[in-house]
Design a protein around this ligand. Structure first.
Ligand code: SF4
Length: 210
């Protein structure tokens, strides 16, 4: 604390870029991944570097799985996460996130979109973990089970709820992007290039508007 009183600055201008993007929790905190799935020690550095290099601020979304099941959870497939209770949990997160998107947009910030995680039964955008054999029974004691999964062309449960909320609010220009968790769920370089294209295009548009 100082004894100084009065105006600190005579302008509302500051250093902010006014641009931000919402990203899946584990892109910035690899410790949230199901054990065995973290591909980097702390964060997905290529994405974080790309965003910071382009002055895009990062909003880390809560991890729907850790906030529901905790950090010591088993890997599961979409049909196990698709319960009404987990969907409600995801809807609550989606509503809070969309409130955040709205308040930034209402106050002259550019929210570019959401970066999801392909492969996740919760956050997948292009592909999500589903059961390899639909007739196989999932559930019961895990030490008795050896089920096989595959990556199906379907969205994760949280992505479905988030997209529904975005649509409900008519936020048509919000982009949904993604990076895969594992190579089997998509091409990391291709998806990163897509994000780069979007960010760079928007940067150029901004320069043109100055
Ligand atoms: S993909 Fe989604 S649910 Fe899975 S760890 Fe990342 S944030 Fe959590």
């Amino acid at each position: 604390m100082t004894d100084k009183l009065g105006k600190i600055k005579d302008t509302v201008d500051d250093a902010r870029s006014g641009r931000l993007i919402f990203i899946s929790h584990c892109l910035l905190n690899q410790n949230a991944c199901v054990r065995g799935l973290a591909s980097q020690p702390a964060a997905i550095r290529e994405l974080i570097d790309l965003l910071l290099d382009n002055d895009v601020a990062i909003y880390q979304m809560p991890c729907p799985e850790v906030t529901y099941y905790g950090s010591m959870r088993w890997g599961q497939v979409k049909k196990q996460y698709a319960s009404p209770m987990f969907r409600k949990h995801c809807r609550n997160i989606a509503e809070q996130l969309c409130d955040q998107v709205q308040t930034y947009r209402d106050n002259d910030h550019e929210v570019i979109g959401f970066v999801m995680r392909d492969g996740s039964p919760t956050c997948g955008l292009l592909r999500s973990a589903v059961e390899a054999d639909e007739n196989e029974v999932w559930g019961g004691m895990v030490w008795n089970a050896s089920p096989l999964q595959r990556f199906g062309e379907t969205k994760g449960v949280f992505t479905e709820e988030l997209q529904a909320e975005v649509e409900r609010r008519g936020m048509k220009d919000i982009l949904f992007l993604s990076l895969p968790e594992v190579p089997e769920a998509g091409s990391f370089p291709d998806r990163l290039a897509e994000i780069k294209k979007v960010i760079t295009k928007k940067s150029q548009q901004q320069l043109a508007n100055v």
